[in-house]
Design a protein around this ligand. Structure first.
Ligand code: FAD
Ligand code: NAP
Length: 530
């Protein structure tokens, strides 16, 4: 029997052939059909059932789940160093240069804030407290490396072959694997998953690539960044600006247009205002035009207004961090050899249920056109795809109502529609409830609560289904996660208002919300127990 794969599958195949004492070709063919039709495990014309190009969030999830279901799987992962020379291990963006190191640095910055606040709660703390960048960097990198190691162990345990090489298509089922030293080998697979994620963009201005850094460098930067210019006002820009400022560095953010485009703009404005109150400076509607060294550790940045199209100023920084978006790593894949269509402008791939237009070639994660670029999205899509490919499942990925949080110093979590989009979609059928609130933990240290605000968007028509929830405050990610589950289950405004809160928490504010924007009533802080 020509069936290769996991031990379970191989022993099932052996049993089958033993029972059928006469192993005729007819029987072999019918077994292969059973395998390929019902489990996705085809006859072994290829070395692997699945080859995954890209060992990040989506690729690893799909590889591990597929192996669990009996598929023979290989994962290729390769990190091209940044212009500064930074590189990292297996696990992709989230683990190495994204969510995880970002959350740890965010936490380090929140701890600084907490230490300062602790004085008002009676803690005796020296006047000068500061964060040692090199110790923080080491601690963060130690954790990242431990995750890299665990990932490799997991792959081994699950019998997934890990190949540390850059993959590209030679043919739809034939993958070239180029290792660091330039050696190349070829492997074949019945199914191929593209999960190569993306890398940060640099602007096309003199000095940017040689002198600037990106989020790929910041978490392992050998020196404290000190006075920093962050170019870009998306998730990455504002999050990096937030933690760097919280760690005590002088930070300026340069915006080409608005902060957090695509998010609810009332919430984005509150986030920006909070950052400004913390001392972060903003340069509006400008883009950099040139960068040059003007002394040891000094970078002069020239910039111009996007409106007047003329150079308005120059400023000197120690570090310039570009956070101007990311592009998918599809350029080197030679997609044309597999006949995979992609958008030449964005480099992204359109899929239907994660299947590309090329038979047997799939894609998940940040490479997908028009899908949220978030780790849990890539993971869920990868897992569900594996189940559809190898266990006959028909469960599809639902990309709607994905909750997200921007980890700025005061966090912003949301799920569902922004007020702008909801208004467009539902016009007069939209009700917006809102409130400012005062977290109990903000009272003793007398922290500014001007940006502590939440709103709920629901339909006017019964059953008044909720279509958006927005929350700014401490631990916004933790707050919004449970409400995302409620929204997935179709929660209505009445059900939310019938929910008994947990007191004293900030999440309970969602259950106390009663003022509509339409009423014109003052949404400012109500008493804690009203
Ligand atoms: P990736 O995780 O990027 O993995 C792709 C892998 O493929 C990489 O290891 C890459 O080196 C490798 N590769 C590329 N080309 C090849 C090739 N030809 N051959 C072999 N290997 C290749 N998301 C959240 O949900 N929450 C957050 O808080 C969050 N914070 C973030 C913070 C930052 C600074 C950044 C940049 C991103 C953040 N994200 C966050 C987004 C999240 O990291 C991504 O959505 C997620 O990692 C995408 O997973 P992926 O599998 O598509 O790709
Ligand atoms: P982004 O959200 O697309 O933001 C890019 C920013 O750069 C925008 O402010 C944009 O301005 C600006 N910009 C683009 N080109 C520019 C140029 N040439 N010059 C100056 N400014 C320019 O990209 P990102 O911040 O890199 O994030 C990428 C993705 O990673 C996000 O979509 C998100 O899904 C994921 N991510 C998630 C988290 C999280 O979950 N907490 C954190 C980080 C990243 P305009 O608005 O004018 O275009």
């Amino acid at each position: 029997m020509n069936v290769i794969g996991s031990s379970t599958r191989t022993s099932a195949a052996c049993l089958f052939s033993k029972i059928l004492t006469s192993p005729r070709a007819r029987i072999k063919i019918s077994w292969d059909i059973v395998c390929s039709k019902h489990s996705g495990l085809g006859s072994r014309q290829y070395e692997y059932d699945l080859v995954v190009i890209g060992g990040g969030s989506g690729g690893l999830a799909c590889a591990k789940e597929s192996a669990l279901l009996g598929a023979k799987v290989a994962v290729l992962d390769f990190v091209t160093p940044t212009p500064l020379g930074t590189y990292w291990g297996i696990g992709g963006t989230c683990v190495n240069v994204g969510c995880i190191p970002k959350k740890l640095m965010h936490q380090a910055s929140l701890l600084g804030e907490a230490v300062r606040e602790a004085r008002s709660f009676g803690w005796q703390i020296p006047d000068k407290v500061w964060c040692d960048w090199s110790r923080l960097r080491e601690a963060v990198q130690d954790h990242v490396k431990s995750v890299n190691w665990v990932t490799r162990v997991q792959l081994k345990e699950k019998k997934v072959t890990y190949i540390n090489a850059r993959g590209y298509f030679k043919e739809p089922h034939v993958i070239g694997c180029v290792s660091k030293d330039g050696k190349e080998k070829t492997i074949t697979a019945e199914k191929v998953l593209i999960a190569v994620g993306g890398r940060p963009n640099y602007p096309q201005i003199p000095g940017a690539v040689d002198l600037g850094i990106t989020s790929d460098d910041i978490f392992s930067l050998k020196y404290p960044p000190e006075k920093t210019l962050v170019v870009g006002g998306g998730y990455v820009g504002l999050e990096c600006a937030g933690f760097l400022s919280g760690l005590g560095f002088d930070v300026t953010v340069m915006l080409r247009s608005i902060a957090l485009r695509g998010f609810d703009q009332q919430m984005a404005t509150l986030i920006r205002e909070d950052m400004e109150r913390r001392g972060i400076k903003f340069i509006d509607e400008c883009i950099p035009t040139n960068m040059q060294k003007v002394g040891k550790g000094k970078l002069e940045v020239s910039f111009k207004s996007v409106k007047e199209k003329q150079e308005v100023s120059k400023a000197v920084f120690k570090t310039v961090l570009f956070a101007i978006g990311r592009k998918p790593a599809t350029e080197q894949l030679q997609l044309q050899n597999a006949g995979v269509d992609y958008n030449p402008e964005t480099g992204k791939i359109s899929v239907t249920d994660e299947a590309t237009n090329s038979n047997g070639v799939y894609a998940v994660g940040d490479v997908l056109e028009g899908k949220p670029e978030l780790t849990p999205v890539a993971i869920q899509a990868g897992k569900l795809l594996a189940r559809r490919l190898f266990s006959g499942s028909n469960k599809r990925m639902d990309y709607s109502n994905v909750a997200t949080t921007v980890f700025t110093p005061i966090e912003y979590g949301c799920v569902g529609l922004s007020e702008e989009v909801a208004k467009k979609e539902f016009s007069d059928n939209l009700e917006v409830y809102h409130a400012f609130y005062k977290p109990t933990e903000f009272t003793v240290p007398q922290k500014d609560t001007s940006s502590c605000y939440l709103k709920v968007l629901c339909l006017m028509k019964e059953p008044r289904t909720i279509v958006g929830m927005h929350f700014i405050g401490p631990q916004a990610g933790e707050v919004i996660q449970g409400f995302a589950a409620a929204m997935k289950a179709g929660i209505t405004m009445e059900q939310l208002q019938d929910t008994i809160g947990i007191h004293p928490t900030t999440a309970e504010e969602f259950t106390r919300i009663f003022i509509t924007k339409r009423s014109g009533l003052d949404p400012s802080v109500q008493s804690c127990c009203s």
